[in-house]
Ligand binder design. Structure first.
Ligand SMILES: NC(=O)c1ccc[n+]([C@@H]2O[C@H](COP(=O)([O-])OP(=O)(O)OC[C@H]3O[C@@H](n4cnc5c(N)ncnc54)[C@H](OP(=O)(O)O)[C@@H]3O)[C@@H](O)[C@H]2O)c1
Length: 250
């Protein structure tokens, strides 16, 4: 090897490798907080967003523990706030954008004979339109990164094949999320963006509290979700997966 090549390779080896950056919505509790915790522990830069972070002790503790955790205020239904944050972060590559924030709403007002249509708007704005707005607003940040992934926490209850009745609005908002993001995958494939929709399991968080069914721990779910995020590639972009790594029926 020529002397200049040896010097160049030594110089490159001494350069710090840029840590990857993940942006997570709804990172103040539940699955979002655990994802932020695990990514931070693995040395990632974490942009942890929440709608009222000043009140979130666990998230503040996480940022105090890891200087790589940066907290930003973001209500996913506030498009002005989404655009402002995208502008503020212009020039920051985001390797993995995780649309995690979500609302279930009261299941009792999402069943036949007792449908309260007034909550449907909140569910669609949070679970479907928020992720679309954020993914569009942060497209350049993701496109300028090394990893280029937009990952969406979807749900088995959005599966048309497996539907079991009730929770009309929540189900429909997750089915619509899948359509919106599959479409997004098609439109951005020419920019090498990788899009995923992941069912995280029935996770033991505040959201699943109304349901007396077997649940996985938030740690197990987040670990599985992260493995699936790693698994996604250009070839598998646009697919719907479970946190276990198995495909999810549409
Ligand atoms: N738990 C399950 O069994 C399960 C199963 C399938 C899919 N999922 C999905 O997994 C994701 C995480 O849910 P989780 O179980 O962790 O529920 P969770 O404990 O209820 O947490 C929901 C998170 O979303 C945030 N959020 C809600 N509306 C928001 C808004 N407008 N702007 C910003 N953040 C908002 C909440 O923030 P606040 O604290 O401010 O309310 C909270 O951080 C959701 O997309 C959910 O649909 C959950």
């Amino acid at each position: 090897m020529k002397i200049w090549a040896i010097i160049a390779s030594l110089a490159l080896a001494s350069l710090p490798v840029r840590a990857e950056t993940v942006l997570i919505t709804g990172s103040n509790r539940g699955l979002g907080l655990e994802l932020a915790t695990q990514y931070a522990a693995d040395g990632w830069n974490v942009i942890a967003t929440a709608r009222s972070p000043a009140d979130d002790a666990a998230l503040q503790d996480l940022a105090a523990k890891y200087e790589t955790v940066r907290i930003e205020t973001l209500d996913v239904t506030d498009h002005g706030q989404v655009d402002a944050l995208a502008t503020q972060l212009r020039g920051t590559p985001i390797d993995v954008l995780i649309n995690n924030a979500g609302v279930l709403g009261n299941p009792n007002i999402q069943r036949l004979g007792n449908l309260d249509f007034s909550i449907a708007h909140q569910l669609f704005e949070t679970n479907t339109l928020g992720p679309l707005k954020i993914s569009d607003a942060f497209l350049e940040h993701v496109a300028s990164s090394k990893t280029k992934k937009i990952m969406n926490i979807s749900s088995i209850v959005g599966s048309i094949t497996l539907t079991g009745g009730n929770i009309y609005f929540y189900r429909a908002s997750k089915t619509a999320l899948n359509m919106v993001m599959r479409n997004f995958a098609k439109d951005t494939a020419n920019r090498d963006i990788i899009v995923g929709m992941i069912h995280p399991g029935v996770v033991d968080t505040d959201m699943s509290a109304p349901f007396d069914i077997p649940k996985v721990s938030v740690q197990e779910s987040a670990t599985g979700v992260r493995n699936v995020i790693d698994w996604y590639s250009r070839e598998t972009s646009g697919s719907f997966m479970q946190y276990t790594g198995e495909p999810m029926a549409w």
